[in-house]
Design a protein around this ligand. Structure first.
Ligand code: TEU
Ligand code: CA
Length: 556
């Protein structure tokens, strides 16, 4: 039996399997490819490894449409490969966590196939089959279009909050819940450490299927607005925890958006249903609700404000998982650093801000070498369904082709989905064949091989950051210390203390201009800096260069 709360103070890494490492030259990353890179991940200081879905899938939403929860998709390998990966990871002190996608499955799953074959039979109740003359309401999927599609040959519609190939599962049905719990326990028995839990807030439904007032020309309303009228899901999630995760001391991190203060207690409080949830507050900065074309990039002040608020709200309740990017987001360095200011120094500054916050930092593959957004020259270069929809939304709003392309390029999920850049050769060391997705001009100079050799590289800086979690003297402070905002009112300075056995100051001048600051108490020792040997000032006065980041022990 694993220790309770074993996951506290750990460092996590997300792998997007299709794009991580291809072991057999078919252009698609696979499980053996991941196993080959475990030494690399260990050298990066990773404790927890989250795999985006590797289950059998028709890939309408890149594996987030699962056709068989008990099978590995042949593109990724076999169940033996999976077992080998779990065992090899364990040898290196790394726990694997899987993606738990249970708001929906694939329309190719046998449950849905049986439901279609007998729409009056028991399997129809695994889903939401609603009898209606036309679409039961005006909800719009996350990827555009109605959430309702006809059940062929009937007067019924089925619900899909995402793509029509991702029918929503009916959590009201106890048989469905038991099926899900059995599957979760089956995986936990295999020795995985837990799960990242996909889109979980969406299992809430307004069972009266009420339409909502629309501001859109097409009369539709994004389905997430219907969640406000939905029935509570607390009992279901508590039941899931009791019957599965709690029995194995599993680590669980929920993909939860827009939670209220009360819900925060319920998700990550003392008796919370999950170990942690992601802090998405910064990823939604600058969003105005219309579509990607109308978003603004966040400023340093907004970023700081969002981080401080998140900790003030959550730290006394439970543990946040922090990110700057994931497989649904643009690259963090392109999103949180203004255009023209993206340099190795500023990338390290952003890394410092995220990695030493309280909670569990998740590094997304390629983040540790500072991978940037890709350059897309035409709409045909995209794969992601959400991007294609947002292009359409931008065009509908009156943008020209060129403007629409520019807007979606900034936010496309494909920015983060191109292959991991292992070396500077044409195929990036990712494959010997033809990569399934690659932009025409990958920035090949950003790669692991090159950064391994350079002691000042971003990769080695990330290693230094994760090393702080294991440091004999400062580790406990970084893992458990309180998060205390510092110099909050000083514009473009993002600074906080981690207070535990030691006082560790994390100080970042988040702008290209230099700035002088007055510290709470003098510096005792510099632990890490993104600009070597630069520490100007006397006593508590410190002059910082643009994007300078310092981690130091304070006196007192
Ligand atoms: O994302 C859930 C979600 O709410 C998405 O709409 C997210 O906001 C969107 O991807 C941003 O472009 C999860 C997965 O992370 C995502 O990859 C899946 O497409 C989705 O669930 C459906 O399973
Ligand atoms: Ca492969």
């Amino acid at each position: 039996m694993v220790e309770k709360d074993w996951w506290k103070g750990k460092v996590a890494y997300q792998i997007y399997p299709k794009s991580f490492n291809d072991s057999n030259g078919d252009g698609i990353g696979d499980l053996k490819g991941i196993t080959e890179k475990l030494d690399y991940l260990q050298s990066l200081g990773i404790d927890i490894l989250w795999l985006s879905p590797v289950y059998k899938s028709p890939f309408v939403d890149q594996g987030y449409d699962i056709a068989d929860y008990y099978a590995i998709d042949p593109q990724f390998g076999t169940m033996e490969d999976m077992e080998e990966l779990i065992a090899e990871a364990k040898k290196r002190g790394i726990s694997i966590i899987m993606d738990l996608v249970v708001n929906h499955c694939s329309d190719q799953h046998e449950w849905f196939q049986k439901a279609l074959a007998d729409p009056e039979g028991p399997y129809a109740d695994y889903f939401y089959f609603i009898e209606s003359e036309k679409e039961p309401n005006n909800w719009e999927t996350y990827f555009g279009g109605s959430v309702w599609d006809k059940v062929p040959g009937t007067n019924k519609y089925y619900l899909h909050s995402f793509h029509k190939g991702q029918p929503d599962l009916n959590w009201q049905n106890p048989v469905v819940r038991e099926e899900i719990y059995t599957m979760i326990n089956w995986w936990l028995e295999k020795g995985i450490g837990g799960f990242r839990i996909d889109a979980i807030i969406n299992i809430k439904k307004d069972l009266e299927w009420r339409s909502l007032p629309s501001e859109q020309e097409n009369g539709l309303v994004p389905v997430r607005y219907s969640l406000a009228n939905a029935q509570p899901i607390e009992p279901f999630l508590q039941e899931m925890k009791e019957k599965t995760f709690a029995r194995y001391n599993a680590f669980t991190v929920g993909e939860v958006f827009n939670e209220t203060d009360e819900e925060l207690h319920f998700f990550i409080g003392e008796e919370g249903v999950f170990s942690s949830i992601f802090d998405f507050k910064q990823t939604i900065l600058g969003q105005k609700g219309n579509g990607w074309y109308s978003h603004d990039l966040p400023t340093a002040e907004e970023l700081k404000d969002s981080i401080f608020k998140a900790h003030r709200r959550a730290d006394s309740i439970g543990v946040l998982s922090t990110i700057i990017e994931n497989h649904d987001e643009p690259r963090g360095v392109s999103h949180y650093i203004p255009e023209g200011e993206v340099t190795e120094i500023s990338k390290k500054a952003l890394a410092t801000v995220q990695m030493l916050r309280k909670g569990i930092p998740f590094i997304y593959q390629g983040q540790e070498i500072g991978m940037e957004n890709q350059i897309f020259e035409s709409i045909d270069e995209f794969d992601d369904i959400n991007t294609l929809n947002e292009y359409h939304v931008a065009k509908e709003a009156g943008l020209t082709d060129e403007e629409a392309l520019k807007a979606i390029s900034k936010y496309s999920r494909d920015n983060a989905r191109t292959p991991m850049q292992w070396n500077g050769e044409e195929k990036l060391g990712f494959t010997t064949g033809k990569a399934w997705l690659v932009s025409k001009q990958p920035q090949r100079e950003i790669n692991v091989e090159e950064q391994e050799e350079n002691p000042q590289s971003i990769l080695n800086y990330y290693r230094a950051l994760t090393a702080l979690y294991r440091d004999e003297v400062y580790g406990s402070t970084i893992r458990e210390g309180e998060f205390v905002p510092v110099l909050e009112e000083v514009k473009n300075i993002i600074a906080y203390e981690r207070c535990g056995e030691k006082r560790v100051l994390v100080l970042v001048n988040y702008q290209s201009e230099p700035q002088t600051v007055t510290l709470p108490t003098p510096v005792r020792k510099v632990l890490l800096a993104n600009i070597p040997a630069q520490m100007n000032g006397q006593g508590d006065q410190l002059s910082l260069a643009g994007y300078q980041a310092l981690v130091c022990e304070l006196e007192g």
